[in-house]
Design a protein around this ligand. Structure first.
Ligand code: NDP
Length: 244
């Protein structure tokens, strides 16, 4: 299946590392003009070094006002990938106000805010667009020490559905991908222990974790016109974990 993003402008959050970085590079390779948003300047420097057409924006998305300022002149965006996220693992009884606020601030509130900014532009231009929220299998299953993370991803799934409902009249589609473990920097914190990793892998019918590219391919499909009638969908990238 040939997918071209020529003539499209895409914005990817959390584009400094992991899934977001690979998505930004794949979109640029596919012909899109890409705006890469993250909070670590050094990651943006290496990203632009790797692909000079990418436009970097450095901002902490947990800061509502700074995000507003950083994105107000970002220009038209046709495709949005709400990927920035954090996972702070704590047992339920140890959860602090700070970790709750930071996690919800990035994983839910920033996704809502960036989508609001981008979708207002899409609506004003009448050109429509596609938004993909990066959720997780953790939105649907309980994992030890993941109470806040699971709750943020559950909230993000519901946000995806309501956004899909409200934005469809403006030809804006909103979908999510829900990966299993992908061994990025984030996941290495929780899943590097072989005992824990093997216990998880044994619950995945395909018998392995997902690769970054597995997630990127699904994101590209949901962004492009090949999925023109897919709206409000939840796409597990989990080797069958959620149906097992
Ligand atoms: P990484 O930690 O590798 O990358 C996350 C990126 O998001 C980093 O560039 C990070 O920047 C950026 N980011 C985090 N917080 C902020 C912020 N406040 N403002 C701006 N940028 C921010 O994670 P992954 O690639 O693994 O995860 C990407 C998404 O996929 C997340 O939403 C995650 O929840 C989801 N996911 C991941 C899975 C996995 O197993 N890896 C499984 C299922 C879902 P910095 O490094 O500077 O903080």
């Amino acid at each position: 299946m040939e997918i071209s993003f020529t003539g499209k402008r895409a914005l990817v959050t959390g584009a400094g590392k992991g899934i977001g970085r690979a998505t930004a590079l794949a979109l640029a390779r596919g012909g899109a003009e890409v705006v890469a948003v993250t909070r670590t300047q050094a990651d943006l420097d290496t990203l632009v070094h790797e692909c000079s057409s990418i436009k970097p924006v450095c901002v902490d998305l947990a800061d509502w006002d700074a995000t507003e300022r950083a994105l107000k002149d970002v220009g038209p965006v046709d495709l949005l990938v709400n990927n920035a996220g954090c996972a702070m693992l704590e047992s339920f009884l140890e959860i602090t106000q700070d970790s709750f606020d930071v996690s919800f601030g990035v994983n839910v509130k920033a996704a809502l805010h960036v989508a609001q900014i981008v979708a207002k532009g899409m609506k004003a231009r009448g050109s429509g667009g596609s938004i993909v929220n990066i959720s997780s299998q953790a939105s649907q299953r309980a994992f030890k020490d993941h109470a806040v993370y699971c709750a943020t991803k559950g909230a993000l799934d519901m946000l995806t559905k309501v956004m899909a409902l409200e934005l469809a009249p403006y030809k804006i589609r909103v979908n999510s991908v829900n990966p299993t473990v992908v061994l990025t920097d984030m996941a290495k914190i929780g899943w590097s222990d072989p005992v824990k990793a093997n216990a998880m892998i044994s619950r995945i019918p395909m018998g392995k974790f997902a690769e970054v590219e597995d997630v990127v391919h699904a994101i590209l499909f949901l962004l492009c016109d090949k999925s023109a009638m897919t709206n409000g969908a939840f796409l597990p990238i989990d080797g069958g974990f959620l149906i097992s």
